[in-house]
Design a protein around this ligand. Sequence first.
Ligand SMILES: *Cc1c(COP(=O)(O)O)cnc(C)c1O
Length: 398
Amino acid sequence: MGHEHDSELSGLGFDSLAVRAGHTRTGEGEHSEPMFLTSSFVFGSAAEAAARFGGSEPGNIYSRFTNPTVRTFEERLAALEGGERCVATSSGMAAILATCLGLLQAGDHVVSSRSIFGTTNVLFDKYLKKFGVTTTFVPLTDVAAWEKAVTPQTKLFFLETPSNPLCEVADIAALAGVARRHGILLAVDNCFCTPALQRPLELGADIVIHSATKYIDGQGRVLGGAVVGRQKEMDEVFGVVRTGGPTMSAFNAWVFLKGLETLRLRMEAHSASALQLARWLAAQPQVACVHYAGLETHPQHALAARQQRAFGGVLAFELKGGRDEAWRFIDATRMLSITANLGDAKTTITHPASTTHGRLSPEAKAAAGITEGLVRIAVGLEDIADIQADCQRGFAAL
Ligand SMILES: *Cc1c(COP(=O)(O)O)cnc(C)c1O
């Protein structure tokens, strides 16, 4: 027998799957997963080409359809999320777009959390609307509001948890119950937790969406996305990717495969440092409040402790002064990177009200809790003492 097919190993735990799932060795006996940089694949004969195109024989045709490195990534992430199938995409937004194009049609209605990634909001509010799909936005944590927004046309619930930047936590099992009662699919953008900390399918969600660009890569190198769920729905999503073309490249899939191998270790390190920083920030006199589900003072702390394995790497805090103090704080740091990205080994710091949420009207910002004194930190993997010392420079500048 030997050990040729790591993909056939069964009954493995999360960490073993993260390192081994999905890889079938080629005849070369390579240990690390190979990168198949080829746009197309050759056939042994005209008859074989016809059989592949006709679907009577499985196999690769063209890398917009399938690629072995991409498939290895898809099988590994599907195993980690506990889903039947994963479809990889060129970015996180492509994953959300392919999900919507695959599963919705004109006349359908979506209920979405209002606390979602800004570009996702634009996708629903502007582009899907052009094709006759309407969206109602509701508060993430108000289960009754989700149910009240349901119409006979509602086909999809969409949310992110914890939310960005205020770290509100949705009760996935409760919302899955509402969705099931009404025959609606529940999609969870699991970018902030990753399967290392939260597995939405186990809690009753139908679809998990990822921006692999963030923690799955974990080192800020490449863009990618993924959708995980049942075979039936994923067949539709795959059809969109194969036809529309937002395919993940083999190179990026290879980078993400390597990222998955260290995902749990990294997520626990991000979470441990973020918790320590959140506690320290909460004790500073210039801080009005800290938003982080790991703090006992967070309104959904108990839910987050139940639903997640740890609390993640992103936190936000409010300085008592307004924009001026927030900008002074940010500008006084020396190590932290001033960028809106997150999920990187390098700690990032940003002012949501003038960047990620800058498009919102003052009223919308107020409704979403994005105050001018709010600062978001996505805690990286540097020494926590150095991150804290950099924040101390921020406080010293106020
Ligand atoms: C970044 C992000 C996206 C979009 O992903 P891209 O890879 O940038 O397209 C979607 N959802 C969340 C929560 C994100 O943070």
